[in-house]
Write a protein that binds this ligand. Structure first.
Ligand code: PMT
Length: 411
């Protein structure tokens, strides 16, 4: 989910840096747009470093007469890709432009072009805030459905006291998350997610692996962040960018994944094992590249550790005094036949609270697909078959079950 954070030229511009971090913690991808005068207060480099994207501050590129087509239509592209435009701080001048539909720079043009909700967070001197023109601009914006996060009262940079301070980052974030419909039902939970394949080395150039892209696990990680969980993502090698806000731990082999998961297990209240962990690895990894020959070769394989079984063992071995709260364990089962029967056998043998039985026989499901077909299987009760849906939706449905099982365990 992408949002644009517009920063206009006021002393409170530095507080917008904190907003970037808060938004990222909830898995939002943040594009910062600055007015020219905002760049006098904070450098674009600060926001670029925090957001991971170049800051947009000029309408037509840096040098007059040298704009290209891309820079000329960038505001339309950004306008259509964002779910919300937040302007913090918004100066009196900027609000006047917004109220009267002016578009003389990138930020105001973006505000005109985007169909996304607009959240305006004013910050200015008390006199400017109380000025009749500003009051009427605020009223006009409100009438059009713009959400205004009222400034706080207090000591202002100009030396005066009164309303005009940028609202707290908490109040702004609350308004943004509410506008985006982000739930907070995993607040306080730490979700440990595994994703992607593992690679089991044969020699320095060859390895055994599988077709997992990591999309399913990364979708769970992102959904967890959006629902206010802390997320630890232990990932095998993938081509995906990790959702901003996750604590990423990259691993290669099943053994490395087991080590990483067990090391972070005590922090987790929920574990979701979406990774496609290799069941076997070469008994020996050659130190040098295996030479080609014309005779057939045999590769001796030995089992890798079963990470879910190690998790269950580690939890039951914990002394009662160390046991804070038993984490809820969700496994996956990639199956080509007897979906529910095989998944149930894995659920029981691995001591899980729930297993996501994944049909991997169709092109729109399982490995590398953007959509998935899954059935939820529980220790008791009937399996729940889900209609085909995006991996993002599957991720949210898994987390809905996590929330339900958590509240059931509490009562
Ligand atoms: O990454 P994508 O391209 O999006 O594809 C998603 C997926 C198909 C990989 C995913 O939805 C999925 O089904 N993941 C589980 C794949 C798998 O390894 O299934 P399994 O039936 O072999 O293993 C059962 C469970 O045991 C899994 O939770 C697995 O993580 C775990 N396991 C497996 C082997 C092992 N040595 N240790 C384990 O803990």
């Amino acid at each position: 989910m992408k949002v644009a954070l517009g920063v206009s030229g006021g002393i409170a511009a530095y507080k917008a840096a904190e907003l970037v971090r808060i938004f990222q913690e909830r898995g939002l991808d943040v594009q910062v747009v600055m007015t020219r005068s905002a760049c006098e207060f904070v450098t674009p480099l600060t926001f670029a470093a925090l957001s991971g994207h170049s800051v947009i501050s000029e309408m037509f590129g840096r040098h007059p007469g040298q704009a290209n087509l891309e820079s000329a239509i960038e505001h339309i592209e950004v306008a259509q890709s964002i779910q919300a435009l937040i302007i913090a701080p918004a100066t009196a001048d900027l609000m006047a432009k917004l109220a009267h539909g002016l578009g003389d720079d990138f930020l105001t043009t973006l505000a005109l072009a985007t169909p996304a909700p607009l959240i305006v967070c004013p910050a200015m001197n008390v006199g400017m805030w109380d000025n009749a023109a500003t009051r009427s601009n605020v009223a006009l914006l409100r009438k059009r459905g713009v959400r205004i996060v009222e400034p706080d009262e207090g000591y202002l940079a100009c030396g005066m006291t009164g309303p005009g301070r940028l609202a707290s980052t908490d109040a702004i974030a609350r308004q943004v998350f509410e506008t985006l419909g982000l739930r907070e039902d995993l607040k306080g939970e730490t979700v440990l997610v595994t994703a992607g394949p593992t690679c089991e080395d044969i020699d320095p150039v060859r390895f055994l692996s599988n077709r997992s892209s990591g999309k399913m696990g990364y979708a769970v990680a992102e959904a967890g962040l959006r629902r206010a969980a802390r997320v630890i993502l232990v990932s095998g090698p993938t081509a995906l960018a990790p959702p901003s806000g996750v604590e990423l731990q990259q691993v290669r082999s099943a053994e490395e994944m087991e080590k990483a998961v067990l090391a972070r297990l005590k922090e987790a209240s929920v574990v979701v094992m979406a990774a496609a962990v290799a069941d076997y690895r070469p008994a020996k990894t050659g130190a040098r590249k295996m030479k080609k020959s014309d005779t057939p070769r045999q590769l001796i394989l030995k089992p890798t550790p079963d990470i879910l079984k190690s998790i269950s063992k580690s939890i039951s071995n914990r002394r009662t005094s160390q046991l804070r709260r038993k984490p809820l364990i969700v496994g996956f089962a990639a199956e080509t036949d007897h979906l529910v029967q095989n998944a149930r056998a894995k659920l029981n043998s691995k001591g899980l609270d729930m297993i996501v039985a994944n049909d991997v026989t169709r092109p729109d499901s399982g490995f590398d697909a953007d959509t998935n077909r899954v059935t939820f299987v529980f220790p008791n009760g009937k399996p729940r078959v889900l209609e085909p849906m995006s991996k993002q939706d599957v991720a949210n449905r898994i987390l809905d079950e996590v929330v339900r099982l958590r509240s059931k365990n509490r009562s």
